[in-house]
Design a protein around this ligand. Sequence first.
Ligand SMILES: [Zn+2]
Length: 177
Amino acid sequence: MSKKGKIKNGNNKAKHTKLLNQKKNKIRDEKMLNKQRLKALVVKSNLYKGFCPCGSNYTYAKCCAVAHNNISDITTSEQLMRSRYTAFVLNNIDYLMDSHHSSTRPIKEKDDILNWTKSVKWLRLEILNTSKITSGNHIETVEFKAYFEEDNKECLIHENSEFVIENNHWVYLGEVS
Ligand SMILES: [Zn+2]
């Protein structure tokens, strides 16, 4: 009885170690992938003469890459907004999904959004206004203009966007209605 128990425990232990290793390997692979992805984004961002595509006075590595690396590392809704613009510029579709509130996340349009943002030339971002959370209201807004070139024409998205906290970090909710 006790011997049997021991063997069983031994088997369980081996199983457990195997699972643990699988988990460790998975985390390592994900980290590597993340690093490679970020490297590719840094290379793309160099097209912007060293500055972050969002138009700040920082390099991409010190600006929107922080958000693209870990969305929980940014602390303001404006940073979230800027990082989403830069994600459009760098075709970082996964970040565009992750930074969207789960209730409004356009999962079905993911491929269309990616194809569209790849097809246009992003020109610049202007932040016009920001509002902070006031008591009883958990929404912050950022009004912006995003300029891009499509079919050789300069186009513009002018939006006042709403941002809320979900899973302890800022996300984009949608346009102010
Ligand atoms: Zn930036």
